[in-house]
Design a protein around this ligand. Structure first.
Ligand SMILES: O=P(O)(O)OC[C@H]1O[C@H](OP(=O)(O)OP(=O)(O)O)[C@H](O)[C@@H]1O
Ligand SMILES: Nc1ncnc2[nH]cnc12
Length: 178
């Protein structure tokens, strides 16, 4: 099973959630056991040799790929969440996305200074989400140099934005024209 197969399974929804946006719906990957497990295997193959201390995933779709990958890597999973969801002390960061603005939070004690953290999300568009997540982790003393995604939308400039932030991005499949 290959990344080509994963791409073939992603359903595209025009004009969602706003006119002019083509929504690349990762739920169709989750529904297909072969595609879902292939995502985790390919991310594992890429990241196992790098010896991370933690995987961080962003709410909500980043949890779906980050958590199983963390289990396979044998390390902990840290959720980066939308506001007012985490019960302990948090740090917060606001950011822009393709179709709006949002805020993310992380528990202050979830990252130890020097932790080598791998960021995982379902999709890279403008890079706002992962940029904000990296800022939170770095604020807590974590090291973030890599981010992995199932889907990339290269026309939205996320890869370049993350490169400027010192983050190397890896996508399993890409869709042009977004
Ligand atoms: O690269 P960016 O421009 O930041 O866009 C990508 C982000 O947008 C989507 O999340 P969304 O905020 O829609 O939240 P959800 O996962 O809760 O649906 C997606 O799951 C990524 O996290
Ligand atoms: N075009 C898109 N499809 C799915 N998720 C997204 N998140 C940001 N842009 C998106």
């Amino acid at each position: 099973m290959t990344a080509e197969y994963i791409k073939s399974v992603v359903k595209s929804v025009p004009d969602y959630p706003k006119p002019g946006i083509v929504f690349r719906d990762v739920t169709s990957v989750l529904e297909d056991h072969k595609a879902f497990s292939c995502c985790i295997s390919l991310l594992l193959e890429k990241y196992r040799p790098m010896n991370f201390d933690k995987v961080a995933g962003t709410e909500a779709r980043g949890f779906l790929f980050g958590a199983p990958l963390a289990i396979e890597l044998g390390i902990g999973f840290v959720p980066v969440r939308k506001p007012n969801k985490l019960p302990r002390e948090v740090v917060s960061e606001s950011y822009d996305l393709e179709y709006g603005t949002d805020t993310l939070e992380i528990h202050k004690d979830a990252i130890q200074p020097g932790d080598k953290v791998l960021l995982i999300d379902d999709l890279l568009a403008t890079g706002g989400t992962i940029g904000a997540s990296a800022k939170l982790i770095r604020h807590l003393g974590g090291e973030v140099n890599h981010a992995g995604f199932v889907i990339g939308l290269p026309d939205l400039g996320g890869r370049e934005k993350l490169t400027e932030l010192g983050i190397d991005s890896f996508t399993l499949c890409e869709f042009d024209g977004d």
